[in-house]
Design a protein around this ligand. Sequence first.
Ligand code: 5AD
Ligand code: SF4
Length: 418
Amino acid sequence: MNDLDSQRLAGQLTLRGWAPATGPAEADLVLLNTCSIRDKSEQKVYHYLGRLRSLKSERPLKIGVAGCVAQQEAGRILDRAPWVDFVMGPGTVGLLDEVLDGERRIATEFPADRRYDWLSIDRPSKVRAQVTVVEGCNKNCTYCIVPTTRGREVSRSLRSIVAETSHAVSTGRSEIELLGQTVNAWRCPESDAGFGDLLDAVAGVPGVRRVRFMTSHPAEVDDSMIAAMAGNENVSKFLHLPVQSGSSRILRRMKRLYTPERYLEIVGRIRGAMPQIRFSTDVIVGFPGETEDDFRQTLELLEEVRFGSLFAFVYSERPGTPALRLGDKVDEGVARERLNRLFAFQERIQSEVLDGYVGKTVDVLVEGPSRASELELAGRTDDNLTVNFTGGADNCVGALVPVKIIEARHHTLKGEAA
Ligand code: 5AD
Ligand code: SF4
């Protein structure tokens, strides 16, 4: 989501006739787009702003802070770093022009009419376009800062999402990634269409080879979403479904709105409709009150689901979140040790999952040369695994190419064009 916000900010600057500088030393504007989901992100921002200060004393330079740290800190940034010219939150990404032109130094409101000018997005990929479908989040997970920094949920209309998709396809992007903090909570503000209908509509736009979406909340998965995933060949058979914990007690304290049993039931239902699907997840360890037994239940859940990839984090206190009042802090060392054990546990499962691809032929949507070698091409499978392969035609970027997998690496696959 932040990535797309940066593309929107860059696009507005391009429309003003500005071009990217090679670095802060020769820039007229430095705009930091910031994330505050974990850690001491605000400290990182202040540290970086400190380094920019001396540049500003040498020549004219505008400095702005955008994103979630800007939303969270607002005026405090201008107090602590008066050399900053403006701060703007995630609700005003579309208003960069006004901020740059006017006297406004703090733009942290959430206007009812969010400007979302998709014609001016600077998309870095020639193959893929990210498309926001819902901004903000109405869930209230007790550890999470997103509802504060990104505000209440606002869904875009089906009509405008389909129009943006068609436009992206007309510029050569055949993979569409729908984005939302809780993407499957999307509801059309103009009709009674839900997320399953949206998947059907976007998958049906001529020229769309693949539809992905991020991030789904387990409590918002319904039969229409599952049917749309299973029923459209070009909807990716990959689902990022954050579980956070395998303990029902911890899930309750997190206000995640499901039990481990319910989560497993949803996974089972989805696998019933799409046996080939690959799941990935997010886990938080060391949430207040987490015991060794709670943690063990998380490992059990990982064993049961067998995720194809996993992101795990030590719980990090966020300002103003309800979890701060829970008490029962978990010792930092204990949490780190659990995180390491969890990674080691998942490592084995994941290598077993990836080994299962060796010998199979999969369709790869080619993105360009691989990072490791110019002799190889890289792209992704339908279930969102990166494949590096040899033997592809020079002009196959953007095409779906069948690739025979010859080796599984840590997180990627290696193959030959079939
Ligand atoms: N501490 C640690 N991890 C967090 N996440 C969100 N908030 C926190 C926090 N306060 C993780 C969750 C979420 C992912 C994007 O970041 O696992 O799914
Ligand atoms: Fe945060 Fe996701 Fe929970 Fe929303 S659903 S509060 S973004 S963790």
